[in-house]
Design a protein around this ligand. Structure first.
Ligand code: 4AD
Ligand code: MG
Length: 504
């Protein structure tokens, strides 16, 4: 029996096994929030139901003690999960003392150092569940459309995405690299299977600490034979829509725990705007409006509104703190206000950080030099007036990978496409159509100073049965971060790896 199955057992005696998430007590009753991995249930351990001995034991239980509770299931819609357990028996597996993570606020470094325990917390629990749901939805989408899942190698002899961020290892005395992308192998497999997708770990030695970069992340890379960039964009769009909608359908409780405003996800039902790189630059620089509104002016308005909001929050916090300090408040009300203060402080921190950054974003957008790649802040500015993901295609070929197909009608551009998520999340997908001309590829491999010998197998794909083909790569952690609306990708993966972080 678990907390998810209580619905069918109202009035019956059941046993739940789990951990003490929270305990409070009065003279004759101990209330325990039991978490069992599936969900939560409040257990009422009364002197009357348990008897003196077990009741005294219940009073000693520390946070995260492992227990089983037997009792009668009672419906209580006020409780998370909707049920309570009126205990008649208690078994203690281990009485845990001094659990390091309490309900009060901890610094992020402390939490990451305790990641092995932090994953038990409610928010982290919700994020991991959403991640699991996304994984399932991804397989669902591709399997439903007859894609074959393939596993690309992790040790590789060549770079796929530029040589600057490769992790080098020793492979029987020869250098090898941890894969940055399974794409090149995906292309080979697509010519064998028609349509494939990879779902595996990828590695990039990103020596910068941003909220979007991990050193080890999971990428989903479909590759399709007989597919051009526009059909590719159609697939990306229906893929993302289907995954987000499946999460909305299956994870309403988790999204609620995360305080996620789901109206900002429901917009995936809309057609994703498609902009050429040239149009995107014009919008970014404020030279072209979006639905009659100017991106840069809107952000200037945001800065003014934030200033007002900061004062509002500070006043709200001060009032609540004063009310608590004045005394005479009931314990429940103090807890309520304290929680509210914590949330407000969180919001304040975020807005203050934005306030510090936004003038720089504007500056960098105004001075953006045509021909460059967009930086993180450029993506945030560019997407400000869009409420669903946008696709930017036809990029200056110089800034894209060697394998990108050149636009046959305008050779300044490569047929790449990036998907930028709204709400400041930026690039979640990168992809495009692949070059089919062996001659052009050889030229690009030389231009990028890549070793020609290790690409001979890749050139074979152009020598034998070459066809137009396209694909893309979705960064799983970036998608989780957006769907859950998290500040940083480090919370999207059970044990994050990023610059300076290898433990736990
Ligand atoms: O844009 P990228 O570099 O594209 C490729 O690797 C192509 N080979 C994909 C393809 O066409 N098959 O990476 C794809 C996605 C990015 O859009 C981003 O979501 C994610 O991978 N990504 C990262 N996520 C977390 N940390 C990092 N350091 C990431 N680098 C890329
Ligand atoms: Mg990219």
């Amino acid at each position: 029996m678990n907390t998810k199955q209580l619905k069918g057992h109202i009035g019956q005696i059941v046993t739940l096994k789990g951990w003490v998430a929270n305990r409070r007590e009065s003279k004759t009753v101990v209330f325990i929030n039991l978490r069992d991995g599936q969900g939560m249930c409040q257990c009422i351990l009364g002197l009357e139901g348990l008897g003196e001995g077990l009741f005294q034991t219940a009073k000693t239980l520390g946070q995260e003690s492992s227990i089983s509770v037997t009792g009668k299931v009672v419906e209580d819609t006020r409780q998370f999960g909707g049920f309570e357990l009126n205990a008649t028996d208690l078994k203690v597996y281990q009485n845990a003392k001094d659990y390091p993570i309490s309900n009060k606020e901890h610094g992020i470094e402390f939490l990451i150092d305790h990641r092995h325990l932090w994953i038990r917390s409610r928010r982290q629990w919700a994020i991991m569940r959403v991640r699991n749901c996304i994984t399932y939805a991804i397989h669902n989408f591709f399997q439903g459309q007859d894609f074959v899942q393939m596993d690309a190698p992790i040790f590789t002899g060549n770079a796929a995405e530029g040589t600057t961020d490769l992790f080098e290892t020793d492979y029987y005395g020869k250098p090898a690299y941890l894969t940055q992308s399974g794409q090149l192998y995906g292309e080979a497999m697509a010519l064998a299977m028609g349509k494939i997708y990879t779902f595996g770990p990828t590695f990039r030695a990103e020596k910068s600490k941003t909220r979007r970069h991990l050193s080890e992340f999971w990428m989903i890379e479909p590759e399709m034979a007989f597919c051009d960039i526009f059909e590719n964009m159609d697939t990306i769009e229906s893929f993302l829509r289907s995954v987000v909608q499946e999460v909305l359908e299956k994870c309403p409780d988790e999204l609620k725990i995360l305080n996620r405003d789901t109206s900002n996800l429901e917009t995936v039902a809309k057609k994703f705007p498609r902009l050429s790189y040239d149009e995107a630059v014009e919008i970014l620089k404020g030279n072209q409006d979006v639905d009659g509104k100017n991106t840069l002016l809107t952000i200037e308005e945001d800065i003014k509104e934030n200033a007002v909001r900061i004062i509002e929050i500070e006043e709200d916090i001060a009032q609540r703190e004063a009310a608590i300090a004045a005394g005479g408040m009931k314990k429940g009300a103090i807890n309520f206000n304290q929680n509210k203060i914590d949330t407000l402080k969180q919001e304040l921190k975020q807005i203050e950080e934005d306030q510090r950054n936004m003038p720089q974003w504007l500056e960098s957008a105004r001075n953006f030099e045509y021909g460059n790649d967009f930086g993180g802040s450029d993506e945030t500015v560019l997407t400000r007036l869009f409420d669903c993901p946008i696709m930017v295609y036809d990029w200056p070929h110089e800034i894209k990978a060697f394998y990108m197909k050149r636009n046959p009608d305008d050779q300044r551009f490569a047929r790449g496409v990036d998907v930028l998520a709204p709400e400041g999340y930026g690039e979640i997908v990168g992809g495009g159509e692949r070059e089919t001309s062996e001659e052009w590829l050889v030229e690009k491999i030389n231009e990028h100073k890549l070793p020609m010998d290790v690409f001979q197998w890749y050139l074979d794909l152009r020598r034998y049965g070459s066809v137009p083909h396209s694909g893309f790569g979705l960064g799983l952690e970036r998608l989780v971060a957006w769907i859950c609306k998290l500040d940083h990708v480090r919370e999207t993966i059970p044990f994050p790896r990023y610059y300076g972080r290898l433990e736990p």
